[in-house]
Design a protein around this ligand. Structure first.
Ligand code: OGA
Ligand code: ZN
Length: 378
C-alpha cells in the first residue's frame, strides 16, 4: 500500500476518478470526500465535528491537485475550506475497490467431526487471565467457530466474573447473573429441572437474544447431564444447498416465541424468521427453541410449509452428522455464540450426585469489538 501513488485524476459530475500507479481505478464522491476531510474529527472525542448538513449537495472541488509529497489536495466550492488526503488513507477506505471484492464469510463452520477434536477449541483459564494472546485465542474461537471450552477455571461460585471481565461487561437478564442451572422445585424454566433439553438458543423471545453464553461447570457428578452443541450456520448452509425451498421459508416467514415465566410480572412475545441473514447475505442468527415457540399465527396459506420447514430444521439440528456431544467437568466453561450454536443436554439423575452450572451472557458486540481492538493494537 505504501508504494501506491496517484497517477491521474479526472473530475466527473459527482466524483473524482483516481488512477492509481498499480493500474486500479477508484471513484470518490464529493460529499463523501468533504465528509471525510482529515480535519473533520475532534482529536479527543474522535467524533466528527464537521457537519455535512452545513454544505449544499452541490459541493465540488473548485481546484484539485496532487502535492509534491503525493497527497490529494482539494479546494472546495463552498465553505472556504481546503482538504488534504493521504493517498494510503484513500486507498484503504476506497469503496470502489471494497465493493469489487467477493464477500468471504468469517465463520468456520463445523460438524460432528469436531467431537473427536475438542482440544482444538480449548483454551486454558490462566492463559486468558495472564496474556493478551490467550484472550485473543479465546475470542477468535468464539467469533470464528462460535464455540470454545475454557479449561481449568476455578470452581467457586461466581468465579467466572474476572475471566469474563477480560472481555467486557455481561448482559443482564431477569435470570440474574450468574444464573444457576440446577434442578429446583417448581422450576420457572425447563433448564432448572433434571430433564433433557433439546438443542436451543436461550431467550429467543427477545428482540436481540444475547450473542454469547458461558456455562461454567462447578460440579457434574450426577449420572447423565451430557452436553450437546450444533453449528446452526453449518445446518443453514446445508439447507441452502440441498433444500432451497425450505431455506427460503426459514429466511422469509417469521415464527413466534413466547416467555411467560411465572416468577416475572411480564409477558414477552417476539416474531422472527428462524434464520436471519446479514447485509452480505451471510448467516446472522438461528432461532430454534421447541420449548418457547409460541402458538404460531402465520398466514393460513403458509402454515403447512412453515411447520414442515421447522420440522426439517429441528431434525437437522439434532442430526448426528452435525451435532457434537461431550461432558463438562468441574472447571470447564462451555462458551458459545448463543445465536449460532444451539445447545442442549441429556437428562440426569439428581439422586445419583450433584450437577451445578452457572450461566452468564454477553452481547455479540462485546466479543467482536474486543477482538477487533486486540487485532488493531497488535
Ligand atoms: C440453559 C441450558 C444446559 C445444561 O441453562 O440454558 O441450556 O447443560 N443448560 O444444563
Ligand atoms: Zn440453554
Amino acid at each position: 500500500m505504501q508504494n501506491i501513488s496517484i497517477k491521474n485524476i479526472v473530475k466527473n459530475s459527482t466524483n473524482l476518478e483516481v488512477d492509481w500507479s498499480d493500474g486500479e481505478k477508484s471513484k470518490f464522491n464529493y460529499m463523501w470526500l468533504r465528509d471525510n476531510c482529515p480535519t473533520a474529527h475532534d482529536k479527543d472525542s474522535r467524533h466528527r465535528m464537521f457537519n455535512i448538513l452545513k454544505v449544499s449537495q452541490n459541493i465540488n472541488p473548485k481546484k484539485f491537485l496532487v502535492t509534491d509529497d503525493g497527497k490529494l489536495q482539494i479546494e472546495w466550492s463552498e465553505g472556504d475550506h481546503t482538504s488534504l488526503y493521504d493517498p494510503s488513507w484513500l486507498r484503504e477506505n476506497c469503496y470502489t475497490l471494497k465493493n469489487k471484492k467477493k464477500f468471504v464469510s468469517p465463520y468456520q463452520k463445523w460438524d460432528n467431526s469436531l467431537e473427536k477434536n475438542l482440544n482444538s477449541i480449548e483454551v486454558d483459564h490462566d492463559e486468558i487471565m495472564d496474556s493478551e494472546s490467550g484472550l485473543a485465542k479465546w475470542l477468535e474461537f468464539l467469533h470464528f467457530k462460535g464455540i470454545a471450552i475454557v479449561k481449568n477455571a476455578p470452581v467457586e461460585k461466581e468465579s467466572a466474573f474476572p475471566l469474563l471481565k477480560r472481555i467486557s461487561h455481561v448482559r443482564e437478564t431477569f435470570f440474574k447473573t450468574p444464573f444457576d442451572v440446577i434442578n429446583i422445585p417448581k422450576p420457572n424454566n425447563s433448564a432448572y429441572t433434571a430433564h433433557a433439553l433439546r438443542n436451543h438458543l436461550d431467550l429467543p423471545y427477545f428482540e436481540t437474544p444475547p450473542g454469547y453464553q458461558f456455562l461454567h461447570c462447578l460440579i457434574n457428578s450426577a449420572t447423565g447431564g451430557n452436553s450437546s452443541a450444533v453449528d446452526g450456520f453449518a445446518v443453514a448452509e446445508y439447507l441452502k444447498k440441498n433444500h432451497p425451498e425450505t431455506f427460503k421459508t426459514l429466511t422469509e416467514i417469521p415464527v413466534k416465541f413466547i416467555d411467560n415465566d411465572y416468577t416475572q410480572n411480564t409477558l414477552r412475545h417476539f416474531h422472527s424468521t428462524p434464520i436471519t441473514l446479514t447485509k452480505d447475505k451471510d448467516y446472522n442468527d438461528i432461532r430454534f427453541s421447541v420449548a418457547t415457540m409460541d402458538v404460531l399465527d402465520c398466514h393460513p396459506d403458509d402454515m403447512e410449509k412453515v411447520y414442515k420447514a421447522h420440522h426439517v430444521l429441528g431434525n437437522l439440528l439434532h442430526d448426528d452428522r452435525f451435532q457434537i456431544q461431550f461432558r463438562l467437568g468441574p472447571g470447564d466453561i462451555f462458551s458459545f455464540n448463543n445465536r449460532r450454536v444451539l445447545h442442549g443436554r441429556t437428562e440426569f439423575d439428581p439422586n445419583s450426585g450433584h450437577r451445578h452450572l452457572q450461566g452468564y451472557y454477553m452481547d455479540r458486540d462485546e466479543i467482536i469489538g474486543r477482538l477487533a481492538y486486540l487485532k488493531k493494537s497488535n
